[in-house]
Design a protein around this ligand. Structure first.
Ligand code: FAD
Length: 563
């Protein structure tokens, strides 16, 4: 009855890590797959991310001398999600996550290594682990991608050395606090970049890919090996349903409307709605601004709304993968503050000059605290990160490189208004609008505690997780130092995110559910298009891409009746 312009077995909407994992697996199970991407670049937020995945019981743990079990992993997720997520999805995640990684390791160009020292975010909770569950993608050589390299979304400058040279998570950690061998490492990174002369002649973009770019490149390359098509500038408009089953979708490609038939199913991996101001004002705590997000500007909830139009249920719409961010004039997205708050010599304060949170807490918890404590006269959305000259000299902060690499006299013009600087705390307060008396009182209390290494108010540096990004050369507490040395600095911190986590409600097979909990045949949702199976929390590094890829794999399996 319907006219189709194009036909495939499985239509995958979006090109983040989850979507491409679904596409790969569906192809390998025998389907003709089409991947469509709304923007002119593939990779989504996944491409600009750390690319880490949190996979309990992964197949690398034992060889590294670690230990894990499905029971412990399930108990941990259940505890941190506080009963909000049904056991079926948690068990499916733990069971299928490790299968997904092993599958990619054996059948594709996508390879991960486990991080022995990257602790779960709540290692003290029963079933929590001091390391091994977070996995980082191995570096990837962009030359394998050929011309397709130019169509991949570029990494965030904040994840590159001097804003242009690729580095691995491990390398970044050595450089962060100038750990042993940092000079040699810096030279090695320079050499790696400059010896690629053909690459340098073409563009300044580094072909030694790491983090999210390595992950997305490896996935895209694996799809190219299989000749799976990926259409850019092609967006989902609407799903097409026939007798209660999704049979295809209406897409817009370069201004032209297309009806694409999907014989076996549609997988929605089109991200969340973090860049949709209307949806943010409808669902999120206020104030909430799309430009505070650290994600590219394309995830506007299209897939979620397409599902809702068919009667799909949603959950967790008022939550995000929150992360504090700072805004650099002229940049299209915020920069997430993952590590700098943890380092010694800074505090986060509200407009009354008071601390209100452990600065080293997981990023999601920081923004929860910002909203929880936000009130008139003591505004914490946005709030301030305040630090002294010693911190400025030693560490990077948002868009600022450490002072030893970028002294104040050499800060580029576009960053001049990014931060406030003053010779005294009182003057800094005047410049930022922070209450001066409050700020002075806070530091009167904080500085002696920092000196002694005990934060009696918020316990910064007590958790194993806090210390991961601390400065190991600072004792007794690698996350605490007094703010003593002028000049003093402040940058504004926004209630940002690295994606929303509310979306379509799904079952353990990634099927989209109606309000009455019956599945919509032929329709699957993964990544941030689906309501997160991690509830309000963030169990460990890689808790968004881990599930996105796992349920991409699960969806493809279910479509093909494979276990
Ligand atoms: P995306 O990767 O954003 O992909 C969605 C794609 O769908 C986009 O390309 C978008 O353009 C496309 N799209 C949108 N609408 C349509 C439409 N109508 N039709 C077709 N296509 C559409 N998470 C981790 O787990 N580990 C990390 O190490 C990590 N590090 C991060 C670091 C940074 C700096 C940031 C910003 C985020 C990080 N995150 C990390 C979070 C993580 O990157 C995202 O939450 C995750 O990648 C979202 O995956 P997704 O597949 O849902 O969406």
């Amino acid at each position: 009855s319907l006219q189709w312009d194009e036909s495939c077995d499985v239509l995958v909407v979006g090109s983040g890590a989850g979507a491409m994992t679904a596409a790969l697996r569906a192809h390998d199970l025998g389907s003709r797959v089409l991947v469509v991407e709304k923007s002119d670049r593939y990779g989504g937020t996944s491409a600009i991310s750390g690319g880490g995945i949190w996979i309990p019981c992964n197949h690398r743990i034992e060889a590294l001398g670690g230990q894990d079990s499905a029971e412990e992993a399930v108990a941990y997720i259940r505890a941190v999600t506080q009963g909000e997520i049904d056991d079926g999805r948690i068990e499916a995640y733990v069971e299928q996550g490790r299968r997904m990684v092993r599958y990619l390791d054996e059948h594709s160009r996508v390879h991960f290594e486990a991080q022995p020292r990257y602790a779960d975010y709540y290692p003290e909770v029963p079933g929590g682990k001091p390391g091994f569950r977070s996995m980082d993608p191995l570096p990837f050589d962009a030359r394998h991608l050929g011309a397709e390299f130019a169509r991949m979304r570029e990494p965030s400058p904040g994840t590159l050395m001097m804003g242009r040279m690729g580095m691995t998570m491990k390398e970044a950690q050595v450089l962060l606090c100038r750990g042993p061998g940092w000079v040699g490492l810096t030279l090695k990174i320079f050499w790696r970049y400059w010896r690629d002369l053909p690459g340098r002649l073409r563009s300044r973009r580094d072909r030694f890919l790491t983090l999210g770019n390595a992950l997305v490149a490896a996935l895209r390359c694996s799809l190219l090996d299989r000749q799976v098509p990926l259409w850019l500038e092609c967006r989902l408009e609407r799903l097409i349903e026939e007798e209660g089953r999704v049979v295809g979708a209406e897409l817009v490609r370069a201004g032209r409307r297309l009806r694409v038939r999907a014989q076996r199913g549609v997988v929605l991996g089109a991200g969340g709605f973090e860049r949709n101001p209307l949806m943010r004002s409808q669902y999120h705590p206020q104030p909430s601004r799309a430009e505070w997000s650290a994600t590219p500007p394309w995830n506007t909830g299209d897939a979620i709304r397409a599902g809702q139009a068919l009667g799909a249920a949603t959950a967790l719409m008022d939550h995000s993968w929150w992360a504090p961010t700072t805004h650099v004039e002229g940049e299209e997205k915020g920069r997430a503050l993952f590590v700098e708050r943890t380092l010694p010599g800074c505090i986060m304060v509200n407009s009354a000059g008071q601390r209100f949170v452990n600065e080293a807490a997981p990023y999601t918890d920081i923004v929860y605290a910002m909203y929880e404590h936000n009130r008139e006269g003591a505004t914490s959305v946005p709030c301030w990160l305040v630090f002294d000259a010693e911190f400025r000299r030693k560490y990077p902060c948002g868009a600022l490189l450490p002072g030893y690499a970028m002294p104040d006299s050499r800060i580029p013009r576009h960053l001049q208004r990014y931060f406030h600087k003053a010779d005294s705390l009182r003057e800094l307060a005047l410049k930022t609008g922070i209450d001066a008396t409050g700020l002075l009182r806070t530091l009167e209390r904080f500085n002696p505690m920092a000196e002694a290494g005990r934060d009696l108010d918020f316990h910064k540096g007590e958790s194993l997780f806090d210390r991961y990004y601390g400065d190991p050369t600072v004792t007794p507490n690698p996350c605490l130092a007094p703010l003593l040395k002028a000049p003093f600095y402040a940058i504004q911190v926004n209630a940002g995110d690295i994606g929303t986590k509310g979306g379509l409600l799904t079952d353990p097979h990634a099927r989209v559910l109606r309000e009455d909990r019956s599945p919509i045949a032929g329709l699957y949702a993964i990544g941030n298009s689906a309501a997160s199976m991690m509830g309000r929390t963030y169990p460990g590094a890689g808790s968004t891409i881990g599930p996105a890829m796992t349920f991409g794999f699960v969806a493809a399996n279910h479509i093909h009746g494979a276990a």
